[in-house]
Design a protein around this ligand. Structure first.
Ligand code: GAR
Length: 191
């Protein structure tokens, strides 16, 4: 059983999907979530995680230099044994200090093809450019913003999606299924 720490900054719908898959779905007996961490004390997803009886922690990043904050997080994580850090809507760029500490262990989901779009507002980008399809990318995290090695991608059909809300709805539906599928594959391939 692999031990996962999920990082969130907000709503946590991807986190929720993973928690469900660990409890009763395709990750059952394969992965367990040992901690949900947030850089935002008020993140909605933390409440959700507690409802699911998960351990949560947060450290506010407000006003802190990137490396200082990341060292605090590393210090917090040193109390846990874990195999992977799974970023699920974690909206902070990780410093080189953090990446070096956990090389090869940090995984992210990005709601676009990272070859063509990095950073924030990926669904807006797809919508504004009237893309017929977009891609969800699961990738390893390196020092860049969404530049790490791509693990897997899934296509989202955007034909007939006339509002940003519809684009997001279709994308998130794919994200929620796809992230756990890919995590399962990663764990299987490493064992
Ligand atoms: C998701 O769409 C996720 O892919 C995206 O933020 C959203 C978080 O939603 N992440 C990024 O844009 C990272 N660059 P959630 O909190 O409901 O999972």
């Amino acid at each position: 059983m692999k031990r996962i720490i999920i990082f969130i900054s907000g709503r946590g719908s991807n986190m929720e999907a993973i928690l469900k898959e660990c409890k009763n779905g395709i990750l059952r007996g394969i992965a367990e979530v040992v901690l949900v961490f947030s850089d935002k004390e008020e993140a909605k997803g933390l409440e959700k995680a507690k409802e699911f009886d998960n351990k949560t922690a947060s450290i506010s990043a407000k006003g802190k230099k990137r490396q200082i904050f990341d060292r605090e997080v590393i210090n917090l994580l040193s109390d846990y044994e874990f195999d992977y850090i799974v970023l699920a809507g974690y909206m902070r760029i990780l410093s080189d200090v953090f990446i070096k500490e956990y090389t090869g262990k940090i995984i992210n989901i990005h709601p676009a093809d990272t070859n063509f779009h990095q950073g924030l507002h990926a669904y807006e980008w797809a919508f504004k450019n009237k893309l017929k399809e977009t891609k969800i990318t699961v990738h390893y995290v390196n020092e860049g913003v969404d530049t790490g090695k791509i693990i897997a991608q899934a296509t989202v059909d955007l034909r007939g999606a006339h509002t940003l809300e519809e684009v997001e709805k279709r994308g998130l539906a794919v994200e929620h299924r796809f992230y756990s599928e890919v995590l399962k594959e990663i764990i299987r391939n490493r064992d």
